[in-house]
Design a protein around this ligand. Sequence first.
Ligand SMILES: [Zn+2]
Length: 407
Amino acid sequence: MKNGLIANVDLIKQVNSAAVYRLVDSQGPISRVKIAEVSQLAPASVTKITRQLIEHGLIKEVAQQASTGGRRAISLTTETSKFHFVAAKIGRRLLTLSLYDLSGKEIVGIQLPIQVTEQDDLVEFLCQTLADFIDEYARKTKKLIAIAVTLSGLVNPQSGIVIYTPRYNMRNCPLADIISRRFSMPAFVGNDTRAMALAEHYFGASNDCDDSILITIHHGTGSGIMSRGQVFLGSNRNVGEIGHIQIDPLGKRCHCGNYGCLETVASNEAIVEQVKQYIEEGRQSSLGGKQIDISSICQAANKGDALAISVLTNVGKYLGQAIAIMVNLFNPEKVLIAGEIMAADQVLLPAIKQCVHHQSLPSFHDNLPIVPAKFQKQPTMGGFALVKRVLLDGSLLQTIMEGNRHQ
Ligand SMILES: [Zn+2]
């Protein structure tokens, strides 16, 4: 009973500290009076919590000129340079690591090829690369508070267990625990697309709304759904598999076993394949005889190449069909699109919009922005979002304030 009470007191402390930190983060510079007003916490509590947050270097005082002139009022703002963390993205062929401060400024970043194919080798490669990176760039600053990793596949973000990834044969791998024990600090693991949707919500193109959908087109096609400011998750933590919506019953076989999934026509490989096939069949294109990849196709389309335009317009229509289904189901305030293909957004977006317009409810698509995502080339921003989430919900904040960080 007594333990239960103590746990409750701790939880209340965590919830209140988090509420104050969130206000300073979202509305700072903000005065203590205003914090008390908005949070409805007693002024004495606000004084105590802000003192603790200042002592731990999480927020700081700044002097602001009062609007009436005269005496300078003291306000609070977040302290972002005193803590660092590492965000890693495990891609198909590349491991990207970034060292960030809490403002999201990347202090240093590296990218290495991944040459392993199995789970244990991947985990060892990741840990060794992290260790070298931390020794080189982060150990001496003594500011490191967390490590976050994102990757494609089925991940339980609460437990940090990678349940399944098609690549690297990962099955039920407790990756967050492994990293946390190895480096003696909190570690967080999440699905890359869902984490990027969170990053767009915190710092990117969907920062102005609570309900949005991020569509990603790379090797596959995926989506991350934000609902009321949170990543929308199903009971098995996996939702938004837009790539496996069937858009052509007579289409190609997909690796999932079905036919004509969106991914069979709207992934980078599928698009490149399609263009190559048309050229082999003798169709005219400025791409004939050249190295064909997604970037050269986009460039050709932007310069008016009819074949490239027609292939991308088709892809836009297929994407539009699947996005229209998402719009009907979730009624988002905004749809974001990320992928190398967005280099030809002037060709792609009109095709997507037209299809969404025809195939979703008018009240859902009227004034619905369908726009490029902000983070097209910063793969570790997803990891940054995972850390930001635990700062804002109070759990990582509490760890820092309890002095549990190990350096
Ligand atoms: Zn499929």
